[in-house]
Write a protein that binds this ligand. Structure first.
Ligand code: SF4
Ligand code: SF4
Length: 332
């Protein structure tokens, strides 16, 4: 095993030192089973997770629950749904206590007087035409009005095969409203016609993602290694999938051998008792999973494997930095 200092020059060592003190202990929470949209291909609804448990409506129980999560060591709450902004008082139970990230479709503006520095990720599925096809609405028009210039907000741009050749149009629009963007790829959970990735499309979109990062470095929060991992599903010659996934709920993780995984990770249902299998769809075939966060975490938990060369270790640092920026543990 090589040492950190033998692999890095002064510049990279400084960057490494900045992230090496961070110690993420994230978990994911379904804030509600409801949503004000119904997107085709939404993993939450397509896998029936919205019916897995009845919502807990007693706000006092949410406060007690978050206290217990802190005792469990969680220091990053990732709020999803359904649509979390339908339940601001539940969001507040987390936000008052720990770094909190809220994934939203952006149709409702989080009041910044109540949540001044909460990280917000706005979902976006493409051009107005594609959004209308998949989501029934051009959400960008509304979300960009709600959040323009907000320093704690970025777009979570889910790229579909239909976006090939169109990503620049989107990224320029995001730049123009003064926001950042992070790219991920659609896993076509509902088999919508024309939205499943073909091998040649994955090669093409990787080039396009690299080009966007080069052209819009102030807007795009990403790195080339992440593009490689997400489009190839390979890391250091290993294929992504169930046996490698780091984002599996702790108490149902009976894999043998145990892969490197997120420590104490649980994805909780909105009854605050039921747990889901992983950070994404309960019913998804892991061999076709393109979840961006799971792939990012996959790299992050495999630090030692990346210490075989300077280039590999720098790639690892860049992915770690990207994650830390997305949750504002370090500045953009
Ligand atoms: S806005 Fe999000 S939670 Fe709601 S249906 Fe669409 S993808 Fe699902
Ligand atoms: S669906 Fe994706 S995130 Fe869930 S266990 Fe499978 S590979 Fe991991």
């Amino acid at each position: 095993m090589k040492t950190v200092s033998s692999l890095l020059d002064d510049h990279w060592y400084e960057r490494y030192k900045r992230i090496s003190k961070l110690n993420f202990r994230s978990s994911i929470y379904d804030v509600t089973n409801r949503c004000n949209l119904r997107c085709k291909g939404c993993f939450f609804f397509s896998s029936g997770e919205h019916e897995a448990a009845a919502e807990e409506n007693d706000i006092a129980k949410w406060h007690t629950f978050v206290e217990k999560e802190m005792e469990r060591g969680v220091n990053l709450a990732i709020l999803i749904g359904g649509e979390p902004t339908l339940c601001l008082d539940r969001i507040e139970a987390f936000y008052k206590r720990m770094p909190t990230f809220c994934a939203t479709n952006g149709l409702i503006k989080v009041p910044r007087d109540r949540f001044p520095d909460m990280m917000v990720g706005l979902s976006l599925w493409g051009t107005p035409e594609d959004e209308k096809t998949l989501r029934g609405k051009d959400t960008f028009k509304i979300s960009s009005t709600n959040y323009a210039g907000d320093p704690y907000t970025y777009y979570l741009y889910t790229i579909t095969p239909k976006q090939l050749g169109k990503t620049e149009e989107i990224i320029r629009k995001i730049k123009d409203v003064g926001l950042k963007v992070h790219m991920q790829l659609l896993s076509n959970d509902e088999g919508v016609d024309g939205f499943s990735w073909q091998p040649e499309e994955l090669i093409a979109i990787r080039d396009e993602m690299d080009a966007m990062l080069a052209a819009y470095p102030e807007t795009v929060i990403s790195c080339k290694y992440y593009h490689e991992i997400i489009t190839t599903g390979q890391m250091l010659g290993r294929p992504f999938g169930w046996m490698e996934c780091p984002s599996v709920t702790l108490s149902i993780d009976n894999r043998a051998p145990q892969p490197k995984r997120l420590i104490n990770f649980i994805r909780w249902s909105s009854d605050l008792q039921t747990m889901h299998r992983c950070c994404t769809s309960e019913t998804r075939d892991c061999s076709t999973c393109k979840d961006g966060a799971a792939h990012m975490s996959w790299v992050m938990v495999n630090k030692r494997a990346h210490m075989r060369s300077s280039q590999d270790f720098q790639n690892w640092i860049e992915v770690y930095e990207m994650f830390a920026k997305l949750y504002q543990f370090i500045p953009w």
